[in-house]
Design a protein around this ligand. Sequence first.
Ligand code: CA
Length: 221
Amino acid sequence: MSRETIVLSPDLRRYLLSVGVREDPVSVRLREETARLGGPAGMQISPEQGALMGLITALVGARTVVEVGTFTGYSALQIARALPADGTLICCDVSEDWAAIGRPFWAEAGVADRIDLRIAPALETLEGLAGSAVRGHVDLGFIDADKRNYRAYYEALMGLLRPGGLILIDNVLWGGSVIDPDNSHPDTLAIRELNAFVAADARVDVAMVPIGDGLTFARKR
Ligand code: CA
């Protein structure tokens, strides 16, 4: 048996989804509603990644979470459901239109009061948080927004995180583009730069996991 990561055939992935993910009906409907957007729906995380992120939220014992890039709110729903009733998920996004798709589902799932959505450039929201009581008390951060600001988001979240807190970074394999020497798209360059930076960042313990489009775990020491 290979010690490397298994490649999922469509049938094997269906099996994984059938026994490895307990996706609740509200999440299923939000995912289906998002799929109607067509192309942009590709920005939504997969059900298995959602399950993992919910589990991680609980494992970290998170009470305060910051998500950078909320889109239609599927990942936010998975995180919010795993928070205690008085927990807070601060969501940063620039699109009210996309967030409006998720809002009714957050309400239906009974977690709307745990989600604090900030419609503004995320760096502005993060800067505001750095001057608030949240600084040093964030348990979990999730980065899944515009790739060119990934490095800046990482640094801003590091400043907000408590010791032992965790940053999750999405799309770190970027469809495989990270190893294509002919690909010098600014988004690819930004992801490559952050991956190299995090790998050498002595402030964190790191594991890059090949789920979805690649997910890095960086735990602040
Ligand atoms: Ca993503």
